[in-house]
Each structure stands twice: as structure tokens, then as C-alpha cells.
Design a protein around this ligand. Sequence first.
Ligand code: SF4
Ligand code: SF4
Ligand code: SF4
Length: 423
Amino acid sequence: MPHAFHVLVKPAGAVCNLACRYCYFLSKADLYPGSRFRMPDGVLETYVRQLLEAQAGREVFVAWQGGEPTLMGLSFFRRSIELVEQHRKAGTDVRYTIQTNGVLLDDEWCEFFREHRFLVGLSLDGPRALHDVYRVDKHGRGTFDAVVHAARLLQHHRVDVNILACVHAASGDHPIDVYRFLRDEVGARFIQFIPIVERAAAGEAHNGEAATAWSVRPAQWAGFLTAIFDEWVRRDVGVVFVQQFDAALASWTGVSPGVCVLMETCGDAVALEHNGDLYCCDHFVDREYLLGNILQTPMPQLVASDRLRAFGDAKRDALPQYCRQCRVRFACRGECPKNRFVKTPDGEPGLNYLCEGYKAFFAHVGRPMRMMADLLRHDRAPAEIMWRLRREDEELRAAVRTAGRNQPCPCGSGRKVKQCHGR
Ligand code: SF4
Ligand code: SF4
Ligand code: SF4
């Protein structure tokens, strides 16, 4: 039996009140033709009971996801709390999370989240012009105002919020606009950037690319992460938490990054559909990856199955040779298998579409990551790096000021001052 496992629960299946242009969840509704997409009480009760009975650890996570889970209405979530209280073992600490587009949230929802200490993941892609490109309602209207209103309401009610910002073709070239908007205007302290990558089907390819036109390009992904990192590492360490940066630091210190896409294997986070069907992962909700139904087979048994283990191990075992020899493999680990649809330079299939982006990003952050890992090893706060880098920046600026325009740049790039920091 597994010691602990995470289940992303989709009580309304893939059904949503929005129609984001990059959404690939909506098509998953085709798996259940004729369904009302509402988790019945029997499935909810079975899930809660099996989850709480099986977990050996003190902390248990109840994680709601979609589609849009708030479509179930507050009464569904109140009932889930009732069931948790009924089945919780003494001393178990139950943590609730929910991932929402925010448009249905009001004071009542926020009070409920606050009362039960929910961590709310709110999808917001950046300032209006970047958010509204793809995040639209069923009439094609932008949802920016509704989401920002939800963010303000959640803050007003002191609910813990994690902003999930999808990075796509339109926002990929505007990292600083996105980051400063989230940090300064929304007041976000926990941010997760999610690269939109979707393999192109016939007719969706863009300029001969393997991915759809709305997917973030590998070079954009590199530029996006590095630009934000450079700002973050000089002024926001310990104040703003960016999931990718925390995960990278974990890899540099030799501990688990805690983010499935950057871990060696998959299989620790299964997805539960509204009718009790359990899948290997939320990104693989497909007949081929169906483990079984929890009404027929207890969830711990499905989670402990060879099938799920094989799915999880395939992430590591299917890595192409190119990745096995990669210098940043310890941090990247080939990222998510769903994005591995291009070939390596020597023609081996199974390379991650974002490879170029990850390679550049992890190479760029190597030195500061080593510095922060070193601070941690000496029981010092990683935030100290900010003062060190700022001092280095000042020294470099002073050296550039005194150097001739045609001399090699003091930064060591090998370029002339006028083509580098003297520009
Ligand atoms: S809110 Fe989420 S589930 Fe709904 S359409 Fe947008 S991306 Fe898809
Ligand atoms: S398939 Fe991708 S999203 Fe699913 S567990 Fe693996 S890395 Fe995570
Ligand atoms: S950076 Fe590229 S080569 Fe290296 S592990 Fe990641 S996907 Fe593989």
C-alpha cells in the first residue's frame, strides 16, 4: 500500500463556465457522453473515506480541480467538509486546495475558504492585454475584470492565494510586465508559471512548429523565466515565492523539487473524475490511462498498482540519450512526458518540446542557485544573495564606466564594452 498519495479531484469533470482558447481540458468531456458531470454523493463519500482511511501521514490533502470545480456550488463543498469530519482520524491535519478561474467567487465563497483554510489557486495570466488574449468566456469576452475582482475578494477575506499564470505565445515575450503586474498590482506572493504547450494536430501547426500557435516557444520560455529570475533574485527572494525558482533551488540543494514535472518519476498525483474513475494523471485523462473506478476497487489498491508504477517510471526510463547526458538533467529531468514530442539533434524521439528553454534557464541560474544552496548549507537565509548580487552589479557598472568602448567587457562575456554592458 502507498504511504501517501495525492488525488486531484474533478467533481464537475472537465466542464467549465469559460472557454479559454488554449484549454485542452474541455475536450475531455467527450469521454463521458450524456453525463451531467456532477459528482454524486456516493462517489464523494467513497473518495473521502478511502482517502482518509488510507493515509498514514499526519497531513492529508484534499485537492479540487476542474474544469471548474465551483460549478458544483458551495453546498457540495460544505458536504465534503462534513464527510471529512466524519472520517478523519484523530490527529490528522486535512489541508484543502482548490484550483479555480475565479469568476463565480463572492463573499460567501471567500468566507468558506477562509474558515476552512483553503489554499486557492487562481488563474490569472498577467495584465489585461495578455490575460484576455486566451482566457475568455463562452461569448469570447475577456475575463480579466472578473478574475482581478476575485483576487481582491480573496485578499479581503485573507484567503491564501497562489496565482497560476499560464505562459503562452502572446505573453512569452512580456515576462517583466507579467511579473510586476502580479507582484505589484495584484499583490501576489505565491506564483506558479505554467507553460502552455500543446502538440499541433494537422492544421494547427504554426510556421512548421510541432506545437500549436498559442503554445509558448522554447526560446520564449527561456527568456521569460530568466528575465523574471534576474529581477526576483535581486529584490524578491524570501518575499515572493515563484514555484519554478523554489523547485530549482531544491534540486541544487539535493532535495526533491516537489513539483511533478521536475521530478524523476511520475505517479504521485492521480486524477479522480466525477464518476469515480481514477486516472494516472490529470494530463492523461484518457481510456489508456484509466486505473479503474473507486466504487469497484479501493483507491489505495489502484494507486499501488503496477500499472501506475509503470506509468510513473516511464518518465525516467524513456528519457532519450540526449537528456541522459545533459548537464542540467538533475534539475530538468526531461520535464513532463506530455511535452516530449520532438526529436533530439541526432534524431531520437521523445525530447521535450521546451528543452532549449529549460537548458538555457537552468544554465543561467546555475551560479546564483549554487550561491543560495551554499547559504542554506551554512544555515543562512538565501535572501542574502540579493545584497551580494547588487554589490556585484554596482562593481560591474563602475568597471564598465571606466573601460573604453572597444575594450573587452568586464563582465567576461568576450564582447566589446559597446556591444555588451556599455550599450
Ligand atoms: S478556466 Fe481552466 S478549465 Fe476552464 S476553459 Fe479555462 S483553462 Fe479550461
Ligand atoms: S505526466 Fe506530467 S503532469 Fe502528470 S505527473 Fe507526470 S510530470 Fe506531472
Ligand atoms: S534540458 Fe533538455 S536535454 Fe536537458 S534534461 Fe531537460 S529536456 Fe533533456
